[in-house]
Design a protein around this ligand. Structure first.
Ligand code: F6R
Length: 242
């Protein structure tokens, strides 16, 4: 495990974007596992800037996102498809047909999970998996529980996650209560994992994830077993560790 300490959010975003860029330069036809949320926004903005300068080429890149709300169409401003389009895909030369997210509008949960697992298997694996960290230690939407969920599944969001994400919705009633997410197996099978963590609200979860017992009660703690885990975190997120 490598931990890079960033001065602040801007520094974190630049450092993390450098790592993603290096992946794209070293393997132009790589598969990126991507995440949404507020933490990677700066990273995506930086990638777009470097693309516009001519430093990056996404034409061979394929992406597989971690998760999507169940019940939201890609055109919904709070869907993760919409987030990815507006923060990254619409601004770089990635081929839209090479970008993948779970289909939030598929009501047949079993069918959608099988489709996403098959897509992952066909892709030949994720080269670089980007992760944010939930305040309760979740990764993707793998919420704390009794066991690590291995495969793509549909999850009932916990109260902590609902509260954290409520800020994005007009009213709590309109917020989806379920989401599709990659399982822990796919995340752990990525060649390299890059986790970005920012702010004091994540400090405890980060400390438990990296140094606490490995337990499904803190889903990110499983990352301690990964051979190539890179954490880029700002000082506030590292405050308990340093
Ligand atoms: C989003 C995702 C989530 C977020 C996590 C942190 O695709 O998988 O696990 O990474 O909830 O979100 P932020 O960055 O908004 O604090």
């Amino acid at each position: 495990m490598k931990i890079y300490s960033a001065e602040n959010y801007e520094d974190l975003s630049r450092k993390a974007a450098n790592i993603v860029s290096a992946q794209i330069i070293m393997k132009p036809d790589c598969t990126l596992g991507l995440a949404t949320g507020s933490t990677p926004e700066g990273l995506y903005a930086q990638l777009v800037e470097w693309y516009k300068k001519g430093d990056l080429d996404f034409s061979g890149v394929r992406s597989i996102n971690l998760d999507e709300y169940k019940g939201l169409a890609g055109s919904h401003p709070q869907s993760y498809r919409y987030f990815m389009d507006s923060h990254l895909f619409d601004h770089v030369n990635i081929k839209k047909e090479n970008t993948h997210l779970p289909n939030g509008m598929e009501t047949d949960t079993h069918k959608e999970c099988l489709r996403y697992n098959a897509l992952l298997a066909e892709s030949g694996g994720i080269d670089l998996q980007l992760l944010g960290l939930g305040r309760n230690g979740h990764i993707g939407f793998n919420e704390p529980g009794e066991a690590f969920e291995k495969e793509t599944h549909c999850v009932a969001l916990t109260e902590s996650t609902l509260q954290a994400n409520a800020r994005y919705f007009e009213s709590p009633q309109t917020m989806p209560r379920h989401a599709y997410t990659l399982g822990i197996k796919a995340i752990m099978q990525a060649h390299c994992i890059l986790m970005v963590v920012s702010g004091p609200a994540k400090a405890e979860a980060l400390c438990k994830s990296l140094y606490g017992p490995i337990t499904p009660q803190v889903p990110a703690s499983i990352l301690q077993l990964h051979n190539h885990l890179i954490v880029v975190a700002d000082r506030a997120a590292l405050s308990i560790i340093n």
